[in-house]
Design a protein around this ligand. Structure first.
Ligand code: DX5
Ligand code: ZN
Length: 220
């Protein structure tokens, strides 16, 4: 089975102890910290922004993957990089020009990814595959943790995997939403190699238990 990276979405973490969460994540076998930014307009929810991202960045050396669910990501790229993002993913459905946004992230020295919501066909992102490091296929409607995995999104993952492999583009395929020990294996089989995991991971007694269970579900 393809190797996958576990990206922990701290949206479901205990916010009273965010620095402790960061410490535990470092020791738990999680590869990447996934940070969800919501503006209450692009998605019907608000989360956290730059001060919290800066605080997380100061409390950990982990790779920070920032998922921007906001109307005009281009406007906030410099601040997001300054706050510590190593990877920024933004939605193709946002109002920012994708080419300009990709260029802004790259010029700032971070990795870049483009995201599609469940209703967006995968073909819309094909022109950007030669420019990005990651394509993120949402497997729930963005906005909230704890939703059910939309299995039919895996057709998009498969199609993107085929396209990327045929073209030999070095692009990672990330999935976000409803990942657990029940769904991880299907996602990786379809071609995903970065799994965002929120509620499943943080409801475990120890985060490391969740990481182990995911690995067993995929590799065994
Ligand atoms: C949803 C966010 C996700 C969310 C995933 O809009 O982008 O990252 O935290 O949560 P789970 O794993 O609980 O579906
Ligand atoms: Zn996310």
């Amino acid at each position: 089975m393809r190797k996958f990276y576990t990206c922990a979405s701290i949206l479901s973490a205990d916010m009273r102890n965010l620095w402790k969460v960061s410490e535990e994540l470092e020791k738990s076998g999680v590869d990447i910290l996934h940070f969800d930014v919501m503006d209450g307009v692009f998605v019907p929810n608000l989360s956290f922004g730059f001060p919290v991202l800066e605080a997380v960045n100061m409390s950990t050396d982990m790779f920070l993957d920032v998922h921007l669910m906001i109307t005009d990501p281009l406007r906030y790229i410099p601040q997001t990089i300054k706050a510590g993002a190593d990877l920024i993913t933004f939605h193709i459905e946002s109002s920012s020009d994708p080419y300009e946004t990709i260029a802004a992230v790259k010029n700032g020295g971070a990795k870049v990814g483009i995201v599609i919501k469940p209703g967006t066909p995968y073909e819309t992102v094909l022109p950007f595959m030669e420019l990005v490091d990651v394509v993120l296929v949402m497997t729930v409607e963005p906005g909230f943790g704890g939703q059910s995995f939309m299995k039919d999104m895996l057709t998009k993952v498969k199609a993107l995997r085929k396209y990327i492999d045929e073209k030999e583009f070095p692009v990672h395929i990330q999935v976000d939403g409803g990942i657990s020990d029940k769904t991880a294996s299907d996602a990786v089989s379809a071609g995903a190699d970065m799994l965002v995991v929120g509620s499943y991971l943080f409801k475990q007694k120890h985060i490391s238990d969740g990481v182990e269970k995911l690995k067993r579900a995929v590799y065994d």
